[in-house]
Design a protein around this ligand. Structure first.
Ligand code: ZN
Ligand code: ZN
Ligand code: ZN
Length: 443
């Protein structure tokens, strides 16, 4: 496939099939490429809450319109309904209810149900079309999808669950299914998962890295499927490979297995090399005393003091001391996040400040520069400190906390502006502006 886009091109890669390298200098925050969803499906928890075509929430006080055929698909308006009807729903509508009761009757897991629903959308969309394989039409998304490397095949049980009306050719269904698991993106809004989608060109172009220099964000617009925009997280030079994360780099223990079994590759990024050289990752201690000294040591190693400097630290994983290796245990981040959000929610600010800063140190250790999760967490830290300021008896330390809010906010602002606006209205960028206004009005 000959792909040359505005600022990248595909060239051979020593171990992977190919790589997308930049043909121009790309600055942080620029969109490298935009790819519309070829097919997408909402998570079960979002079904009925969002439009099935554009994934937007209805405006306040308004209700979505239900498809009268299946009573299971919901739309903003007739435009959104028509887009999906013409694309695929007219072939899926009649068989949808039967398919869903079959999936529940056969006790398919939520994950398996998602795959089958997405597959039914895909088949509905492609039923009447043939992939165009001539070189001239190599930008046809269906052809690109079928040119991706296959993963595991569908089980008989999965094949049996697909409505017969959607199957023209058994082997084509297998060809499609085998490219599902490893080419499926989680669509998010404000970084919260809302659905899954297939974006063939993005799959074809970008290799994975756990410390990527780009990341996908999802943009919603009226009467159109969700658009993936791949955003540069930092300035890149001509000839540099552009990589995106296929999964959350915070899966420090499980990711190498997921790459091997689901994606069929071994990640060669420096983070994976460093982690594998650190050897076995021990469990974090149980006692709260040892836990808190682990947190202090981690903050010291990374360089996260109570008041952050003008630059965020970029700690090295390879020099991580033996005693801090347990911080890479996946349960540690989970525990810290839980502790931080519970304490901020309950107004236990001393605990929230402590666990929030340890969590920041851990994010800086694991995630690459300008990763949106770091920005979002800095915004949470700013909000927590602000809430403490206005609710607590802070006489004497008020000025100090106020200046901390300002520093968190300025780092959050820089990182979240690079990532840009994603998904629903009233997102983190709006919260930043609001908090900044409150802060200015207060001083
Ligand atoms: Zn819509
Ligand atoms: Zn319907
Ligand atoms: Zn890696």
């Amino acid at each position: 496939m000959d792909v040359t886009l505005k600022n990248i091109k595909l060239v051979p890669h020593p171990t992977a099939r190919s790589q997308a390298i930049s043909t121009k200098k790309i600055s942080a925050g620029s969109v490298v490429v935009s790819v519309p969803a070829f097919t997408s499906a909402l998570l079960e928890a979002e079904k009925g809450q969002r439009c099935d075509t554009c994934f937007r929430l209805p405006p306040d006080g308004e209700k979505l319109k239900k498809c009268t055929g299946c009573a299971s698909y919901f739309y903003c308006d007739t435009r959104c309904q028509k887009v999906q009807w013409d694309l695929e729903h007219k072939r899926v509508c009649k068989s949808y209810s039967l398919m869903i009761s079959y999936l529940h009757g056969q006790q398919f897991s939520q994950h398996e149900r998602m795959d089958v629903i997405l597959l039914s959308h895909f088949l509905g969309r492609t039923l009447k079309t043939k992939p165009v394989s001539s070189a001239d039409n190599s930008h046809d998304p269906f052809s690109i999808f079928l040119s991706l490397l296959p993963g595991s095949h569908a089980s008989q049980r999965t094949l049996d669950s697909i409505p017969k009306s959607l199957i023209l050719d058994d082997s084509l269904v297998q060809d499609i299914y085998s490219r599902f698991g490893n080419n499926n993106f989680t669509i998010h809004s404000h970084l919260n998962s809302i659905g899954h989608g297939v974006f063939p060109l993005a799959s074809r172009l970008f290799n994975h890295s756990c410390i990527p220099n780009a990341a996908p964000r999802y943009v919603q617009g009226p009467a159109q499927p969700v658009l993936m925009e791949v955003v540069a997280l930092r300035d890149t030079d001509v000839g540099e490979e552009i990589c995106i994360p296929y999964l959350d780099p915070a899966l420090t223990q499980s990711r190498s297995q997921i790459f091997q079994y689901t994606y069929g590759f071994t990640c060669q990024c420096s983070s994976c090399r460093d982690i594998s050289q650190l050897g076995q990752i021990p469990k974090p201690p149980d006692s709260s005393e040892t836990m808190s000294s682990l947190g202090d040591e981690l903050r010291e190693y990374v360089g996260v003091s109570d008041v952050l400097g003008a630059e965020l630290p970029t700690p090295s994983l390879s020099d991580l001391p033996l005693g801090l290796r347990c911080a890479l245990h996946e349960s540690y981040m989970e525990q810290l996040s839980e502790q931080f959000s519970k304490a901020s929610h309950e107004g236990d600010y001393i605990t929230a400040f402590g666990s929030g800063l340890i969590l920041l140190a851990l994010y800086l250790l694991i995630y690459p520069t300008n990763y949106p999760q770091i920005g979002l967490h800095l915004l949470e830290l700013a909000k927590t400190h602000w809430n403490a300021l206005i609710t607590m008896e802070t006489s004497g330390v008020g000025a100090e906390i106020r200046s901390q809010v300002r520093i968190f906010l300025s780092h959050a602002n820089r990182i979240l502006r690079i990532y840009g606006k994603e998904g629903d209205e009233h997102g983190p960028l709006d919260e930043l502006v609001k908090l900044d206004e409150l802060l200015s009005a207060d001083t």
